[in-house]
Design a protein around this ligand. Sequence first.
Ligand SMILES: [Zn+2]
Ligand SMILES: [Zn+2]
Length: 151
Amino acid sequence: MTKRSGKCLCGGVSFTAHGDVIEADACHCSMCRRQNGGGPYYAVQFKGGVTLETAETLKWYRGSDHGERGFCAECGTSIAWRLQSHPEKIGVSLGALEDSSGISLDAHIFTDSAPEYYAVQTDAPHKTEAQVIKEFMERLEKVAQNKAENA
Ligand SMILES: [Zn+2]
Ligand SMILES: [Zn+2]
């Protein structure tokens, strides 16, 4: 299985990501931009998940009722994002990876929240907040359906 390593600027947080990419997104919502100095937040999820190797300086911030943002309390690097309901499913920052070769963006999300001061690239499809939530709910329904069918 493919492995990729990643870390924050100071090295207080490091991780290993396992397997192929599930999805890589750039989020243009106002919270991601506020946390990341004005630009979008680039996050990637891996099929085999992420193992934290060192996490002494890792802090989780509950920015909303749903999500948690992992960052290094020493150097401030944005390192991860996860749903409070699924803490094991960690998406990590693309910029924290030692080697991001071969990874391309699947979507630009929350593009309806993007500011005027930059143009959203056209390297991947654009999805508004409503589209993202709709697709997420459909995915949850599918999982629930599969569970019911296999029960
Ligand atoms: Zn750090
Ligand atoms: Zn966002």
